[in-house]
Design a protein around this ligand. Structure first.
Ligand SMILES: [Zn+2]
Length: 328
């Protein structure tokens, strides 16, 4: 029940064993064998007499949980973040910048210097802004000035799901239900004689371009399409930058494999996600360094749309977006 707390503690560099759904007896055995402090929300475990240090975590709130653990166990600011995989608890292994050149997005490669990977799951970590924020957060907990509001929260919502499941329809229905004007771009299919032959890109301001087409010849290809990097940048980058400047909500529909060909576009996406203005968009389910970097951000929430939930999600997502816009 304490998965979020476990990840936070690992992010700060602490050695934390956690397994969802583990039996109480296995948990006790591991705590005993590995001489761990057992953290639990379960009063029954605390009340069993055990030759291990068991602490009852009082709060449901992950911020309060962390404050309690840091205070109760007298944790110091000693261990630094960026030393442990937040998913596996495995110590990270440092990598030279040169080694990650082809493994991370060009934007990340260009703006980051310290990299490490998890030898267990292979995830690559870099000292991005959120790691700095985690360190500040721990300092605040330790000197008592921590409050829940300081936790870097979600400011961006991206919808994902299988192709054709209705991501763009969901976006349009949610936008129609909101009083705000969104700025950004849409992509849509270009069809000829019932066959998909490409994708167009269109800004909310009315600029149009061809994102990709089967007949387009160029150095950038995704599946059978040639990607038109000039139009992607002329329409997409300009639309995002304009939205960051003056919109209440930034729209990006969608980000996926085609966008990998443009570093300028990737940088514009990151600028939009960094901005205080909320982003609402869609992201392909595919894995590649750029999309993985977007999904890994602590300020991005990914919402999966399926044929079962897509109608119900209009109201749910609408409320989330409205909430983000109020907060900003
Ligand atoms: Zn890992």
């Amino acid at each position: 029940m304490l998965g979020r707390l476990a990840r936070k503690l690992r992010m700060l560099g602490y050695d934390v064993f956690y397994r969802a759904g583990i039996e109480d007896n296995d948990l006790k055995r591991i705590a005993l064998r590995e001489r761990r402090v057992l953290l639990t929300r379960d009063r029954e475990i605390v009340e069993t007499s055990l030759p291990i240090d068991v602490r009852l975590i009082e709060s449901d709130d992950v911020g309060e949980q962390l404050v309690q653990v840091v205070r109760d166990l007298g944790l110091s600011a000693g261990p630094c973040s960026f030393t442990r995989c937040t998913e596996c608890n495995e110590p990270l292994v440092r990598m030279d910048k040169e080694e990650v050149r082809d493994l991370v997005a060009p934007y990340v490669y260009r703006t980051q210097d310290a990299f490490a990977h998890c030898p267990s799951c292979g995830r690559i970590y870099w000292e991005a802004t959120h790691v700095e924020q985690a360190r500040q957060w721990l300092r605040d907990v330790l000197d008592g000035s921590f409050s829940e509001e300081d936790e870097p929260g979600v400011t961006n919502i991206l919808v994902t799901g299988r192709p054709g499941v209705g991501k763009t329809t969901l976006i349009r229905r949610v936008l129609a239900s909101l009083p705000a004007e969104a700025g950004g771009f849409y992509t849509s299919e270009i069809r000829e004689n019932g066959r998909r032959v490409g994708f167009s890109i269109e800004s909310t301001g009315g600029a149009r371009g061809t994102l990709a087409h089967v007949d387009y010849r160029g150095p950038y290809r995704v599946a059978s399409y040639g990607v038109n990097r000039d139009d992607l940048e002329r329409v997409g980058v300009a639309a995002l930058d304009k939205a960051v400047e003056g919109s209440e909500l930034i729209l990006m529909d969608e980000i996926g494999r085609m966008e990998l060909c443009s570093e300028a576009f990737q940088a514009a996406v990151m600028r939009a996600l960094d901005a205080a203005t909320p982003v609402f968009g869609t992201i392909q389910a595919a894995s590649n360094p750029f999309l993985d970097a977007v999904r890994a951000r602590s300020d991005v929430e990914i919402i999966e749309v399926t044929t079962q939930n897509r109608d119900a999600m209009v109201a749910v997502v609408g409320r989330r977006i409205a909430g983000l816009m109020e907060r900003e």
